[in-house]
Design a protein around this ligand. Sequence first.
Ligand code: TMP
Ligand code: ASP
Length: 260
Amino acid sequence: MHPLTMPRRKQIFEGKAKILFQGPEPGTLVQYFKDDATAFNNKKRGTITGKGVLNNRISEYLMLRLEEIGIATHFVRRLNMREQLVREVEIIPVEVVVRNVAAGSISKKFAIPEGTRLPRSIVEYYYKNDELDDPPISEEHITGFGWATIQEIDEMLNMSLRINDFLMGLFLGISIKLVDFKLEYGRLYHDNGDIQLVLADELSPDNCRLWDVHTDEKMDKDRFRRDLGKIEEAYQEVARRLGILPESGPGDIQGTTTLQ
Ligand code: TMP
Ligand code: ASP
């Protein structure tokens, strides 16, 4: 069928960087990656040409590697340059942030110079709510307000630390320091009544801090937040080091203007 005559899929939700559409089968969604970028909860907006294509690829790659070590995720398969098929889950409104090195809000809050290695990995929780600017929360808030159970918090914590160990090694292997990152989890309702906690959303330079091991150069959304320039180049470099850009160069990826 000609693309223009294809029935448009039903849009379920539009977020800041992605759109969710109804999937081809019940229980699935199509996750579309936009080039839109926001920071500081929508106070700063822009477009990073080609970002959606790169994040779709990077997130696919990382979710597949995590599946290989037994981390359940919502990812099913990549459909095209900007879309991936995912399982429909009930998103837990808790953002789990894991930090290995001080940067961003923790540096500001506790006056720790950016780049200071933390004595151990630190996990923080934030309430996923744009209107409230994602306020920091404790386990008491999470259970008290019924956002997740104690068991679910335990599971999120354990999964997040495993993901951190694995990703730190993976990135170190390509000379990238995993400074910090944010994860989101969802409940997958199985037909037999089982409820499974799975990693959802995306894993990309939009929600990780990635620094070059040798130069500490930032290769993530801080380039946009702090107006450092060369944003798409940094995302491309992450993809290149992960080995998911064709050898002959980014020109081989179609569907974006910057990459051509
Ligand atoms: P922060 O230093 O601003 O608290 O951010 C910590 C990490 O979490 C950083 O890698 C960016 C990521 N993050 C998001 O993905 N979404 C958000 O809304 C926030 C505040 C942070
Ligand atoms: N994700 C948040 C926003 O889009 C915060 C950030 O990444 O800086 O505003």
